[in-house]
Design a protein around this ligand. Structure first.
Ligand code: ATP
Ligand code: AMO
Length: 465
């Protein structure tokens, strides 16, 4: 049985031990015919391996062979560990004096993106583009084309570990509050959110579409007495414009719950959940956040122990005071949302806040109007750094009113009849919300573009890899 050692565990304690390691060749530095330095990478750690021609080590041919390896190839190396505090080329302060080396799989010689370029900041690459420099070649599109190479960098590895952590805290927190995880169908008969952003398809002769959200089925589950549900699932939106924050397929974190008296019960869950998510990331992902920050510099998110809650009207008034031309019942456009984010940060010292009581006309058909003023609704959006990460609301639970609202919003009620019928068998008051996972990670780490927080992004122009 051969003893494999992780590169990350190699330290002074390993001195004089014989080790067997597997890694990717990150750099090759031939010094002479008798000595070559390789840096091997594994799980974000790197170690320098010295290939020296000597009677008790390797032959000259072996040194030549090591020098001829291609970067990013996978190799197995046997050798003896010796400490070296001065090493700058690798994370581990030891080097391995190689006695045997095998190439497990050789990467091609001319890689479309080099590791050294994949770790550069986007600002540096954009600047190169302005100056027409060769480096501009590795712009975001090229990196996404060769995502398999791009995601090998420490920052990208960090981003997707952070994403996994958000999902994990989301599940664990909700389960601890009595929610049950469900999975709803993604092939459905009609649009769940209204609007045109829906992928249509043929379902064995019946018109169908990819679910724009689990909205209808999570509500049916509540009518089916699940009481509190959540779902982590794929969401499809046929977005036709190309923005920094819209994908055609993203991961939705959805919640739906019965409420006793008020939609503030839902908002309380949002507040506690997100404080738990942010605390959890800051606590458990220090290494990952640091790695991300090296490639995408950002300031830690400022958030309060109890999330700031403002009415939509208060938000609009703050914008009006700042000179933005906007009416009380207008939707906030991207620019206004950003501006409000700045104002809120200056006034309340937080980059995470909730706006509630939106005008009814800017919300989907299933949203409950306010009982004191039907021009407004029991709904809310949640923002990080001035951009939306969540929409939520209390829902209409009266079937006739729901049908009227759907018709008024131009929905073909024939396609959602089983949904509306679910309310005819007795429906409790309820509410919920939907979170865009990629947006949470993008905004927590200020990544600037949602493609950076989607492993294999789908946007209006990209269907590969
Ligand atoms: P959601 O639609 O899920 O609520 P969103 O971030 O798309 O989330 P919207 O309320 O639809 O938010 O839109 C807010 C603003 O975002 C719009 O006023 C518009 O400025 C911008 N926007 C939304 N969708 C697009 C898009 N596909 N292309 C360009 N801009 C968009
Ligand atoms: P909404 O349409 O606002 O609400 O979507 C919820 C959240 O999903 C994210 N999101 C997106 N992320 C990436 N690309 C997109 N194209 C995109 N569109 C939306 C955002 C948004 O806040 N059914 C309701 C939720 C509910 O009321 O429960 C819904 O889908 O972060």
């Amino acid at each position: 049985q051969r003893k494999w050692i992780a590169i990350g565990s190699l330290d002074k304690e390993s001195k004089d031990k014989e080790v067997l390691i597997r890694g990717r060749v990150q750099t090759i530095r031939p010094v002479s015919k008798t000595i070559t330095f390789l840096v091997l990478r594994q799980k974000g750690f790197t170690v320098q391996c010295v290939v020296t021609a000597a009677p008790e080590l390797v032959s000259k041919q072996m040194v030549k062979y090591a020098s001829s390896l291609n970067k990013e190839s996978i190799v197995d190396v046997y050798g003896i560990v010796s400490p070296n505090e001065d090493i700058k080329a690798a994370t581990q302060k030891v080097e391995v004096q190689v006695s045997k080396i095998y190439c497990v799989n050789r990467a091609i010689e001319k890689l479309p993106i080099n590791f050294e370029d994949a770790i550069r900041s986007e600002a540096e690459i954009d600047a190169a583009a302005l100056e027409n420099k060769q480096l501009a070649r590795v712009n975001r599109d090229t990196r996404l084309d060769y995502r398999v190479l791009d995601i090998r960098t420490p920052a990208k590895q960090g981003i997707f570990r952070i994403q996994c952590q958000v999902e994990n805290i989301f599940r664990n927190f909700l389960i601890s509050k009595g929610f049950v995880g469900i999975h709803t169908p993604k092939l459905i008969a009609g649009s769940s959110e209204g609007g045109s952003a829906v992928f249509k398809l043929d379902y064995k002769g019946q018109p169908a579409c990819l679910a724009q959200s689990p909205q209808l089925h999570k509500q049916i589950a509540i009518c089916g007495d699940f009481n509190r549900v959540f779902e982590v699932g794929h969401v499809f939106r046929a977005e036709d414009s190309y923005t920094h924050r819209h994908l055609c397929e993203f991961i939705g974190l959805d919640v739906e719950m019965e409420i006793n008296e008020h939609y503030f019960e839902v908002i309380k869950i949002v507040d506690e959940l997100f404080v738990a998510i942010f605390d959890g990331l800051n606590e458990n992902c220090k290494k990952e956040l640091e790695a991300v920050g090296k490639q995408f510099p950002f300031e830690p998110l400022k958030y309060l122990r109890e999330t700031l809650l403002l009415t939509y009207q208060e938000g609009v008034e703050m914008l009006q005071e700042a000179g933005v031309e906007i009416g009380l019942e207008d939707d906030l456009n991207t620019e206004a949302e950003k501006k409000l984010g700045q104002i809120v940060l200056e006034k309340y010292g937080t980059e995470f806040y909730i706006l509630h009581r939106y005008p009814l006309k800017v919300r989907p058909f299933y949203t409950m109007p306010c009982s004191d003023n039907s021009a407004y609704s029991n709904s809310f959006d949640v923002f990080i750094r001035g951009e939306e990460i969540i929409s939520g609301a209390q829902r209409i639970h009266d079937p006739e009113f729901l049908k009227t609202r759907a018709e008024a919003c131009g929905i073909d009620v024939g396609t959602i009849s089983t949904y509306i019928d679910s309310f005819r068998y007795g429906a409790p008051p309820h509410g919920g919300f939907g979170v865009g996972l990629e947006r949470v990670v993008m905004l927590f780490c200020a990544l600037q573009n949602i493609r950076n927080s989607s492993l294999f992004p789908r946007d209006p122009q990209r269907l590969a890899p």
